[in-house]
Design a protein around this ligand. Structure first.
Ligand SMILES: O=P(O)(O)O[C@@H]1[C@@H](OP(=O)(O)O)[C@H](OP(=O)(O)O)[C@H](O)[C@H](OP(=O)(O)O)[C@H]1OP(=O)(O)O
Ligand SMILES: Nc1ncnc2c1ncn2[C@@H]1O[C@H](COP(=O)(O)OP(=O)(O)O)[C@@H](O)[C@H]1O
Ligand SMILES: [Mg+2]
Ligand SMILES: [Mg+2]
Length: 319
């Protein structure tokens, strides 16, 4: 990661307003970030969500992760019209697209497909809005089992992360719409999380679902929630889940992908979950996009975020 743009304590100070839910405040806004930012000229200032923004600030820019109804309360439209240079990172109507697992992957499907000799796409998926029962026949012939059933809406609730593996037609019958049915792709039990903050991009590895062999898949019936997935794990004794041995995607690929997605989605603060096809090492698939994810899980996230905020205010100052 590059060194922060500014090393010494700053005389010029920048005010960054933040509007974040309690869980995000706790995870993201630790004293390590507040102190590091302060040392580099940035004062992080809470926004009161119950008061119009016009009565708060001024801010050099604003970061946020709020529910749409909270924006109405802040009278955001009025604030935007008074600040034509758009100091709000990022526009709520673009963030809105990530609250639906169908529209979230749209930008990816319109993206260039080749990056540094690798292909990037999304797994085959079908959206079922209503009437799941009527669609079962067609789904069973269109999709290859196992599939992952994901709630369509991602609204910040625990329920939107309640996913299930589905092994057969009978399993499909137990699901509820609206739901996304996505083909499960064997990927060696590791997911790559690509974090983006403006021009800054970095990637970390995380443990994921284990591969399911064709033989194993034939023995599995119905559906299983992820919390019970460990009971399906086939360990080969040689540490199939040994995450340290898994090669991270090439740095150039990660950077190019992060920047292309930023442009395609018009957003600055997000991450994507990427898996690599176990059968084809040059084939990557994007399975999830998250707005304002858990940056604090990154090593040196204070620097990653502060550099981004400095980019924001300096670009603004130049306008
Ligand atoms: O809280 P964290 O640090 O686990 O961050 C969550 C993210 O974890 P990640 O950085 O991808 O590992 C998490 O990512 P995943 O969907 O788990 O891949 C979500 O972005 C989650 O937000 P929401 O519940 O969808 O609104 C994020 O939760 P919020 O903190 O935004 O509620
Ligand atoms: N199509 C897929 N093939 C294989 N594993 C997947 C697939 N989709 C999701 N997963 C696994 O399930 C996890 C959660 O799915 P994800 O779509 O990221 O939902 P969430 O928004 O709840 O994080 C992923 O991190 C990955 O481990
Ligand atoms: Mg995810
Ligand atoms: Mg997600």
């Amino acid at each position: 990661m590059s060194e922060p743009a500014t090393q010494a304590p700053q005389t010029q100070r920048y005010r960054i307003g933040y509007a974040l839910p309690p869980k995000k405040l706790q995870n993201f806004l630790g004293t390590s970030l507040v102190d590091y930012a302060k040392h580099h000229g940035i004062d992080l200032i809470p926004i009161n969500p119950n008061k119009p923004l016009t009565q708060q600030g001024p801010f050099h820019c604003i970061i946020h992760k709020l529910q749409p109804q909270d924006w109405a309360q802040l009278n955001l439209d009025h604030y935007s019209s008074k600040h034509p240079y758009g100091p709000i990172i990022d526009p709520p109507h673009l963030i809105e697209r990530l609250r639906n697992r169908s529209s979230m992957l749209e930008a990816v499907t319109h993206l260039q497909t080749s990056f540094r000799n690798c292909t990037v796409s999304v797994p085959k998926q079908v959206i079922v809005d209503t009437n799941l029962a009527n669609a079962i026949e067609q789904l069973s012939s269109t999709l290859r089992f196992p599939v992952i059933a994901k709630p369509l809406l991602v609204d910040g609730t625990a329920r939107s992360h309640e996913l299930r593996l589905v092994f057969d037609r009978e399993g499909l019958e137990t699901l509820h719409a609206p739901v996304v049915l996505q083909e499960f792709v064997n990927h060696g039990g590791v997911v790559f999380k690509v974090y983006v903050a403006g021009e800054h991009v970095t990637c970390v590895k995380r443990r994921s679902l284990p591969d399911i062999t064709d033989e194993k898949a034939k023995t599995l019936k119905g559906t299983v929630p992820f919390s019970q997935i460990s009971s399906l794990t086939v360990e080969d004794g040689d540490g199939v889940n040994d995450i340290d041995r898994v090669e991270t995607p090439p740095e150039g690929l990660v950077t190019d992908l992060g920047r292309a997605l930023r442009e395609a989605m018009g957003l600055n603060l997000f991450n994507v979950d990427v898996i690599r096809d176990a059968k084809d090492y040059d084939r990557y698939l994007i399975i999830d996009v998250n707005y304002f994810p858990g940056y604090s899980k990154l090593p040196c996230y204070e620097l990653f975020i502060t550099d981004f905020l400095l980019d924001c205010v300096r670009n603004k100052a130049a306008e």
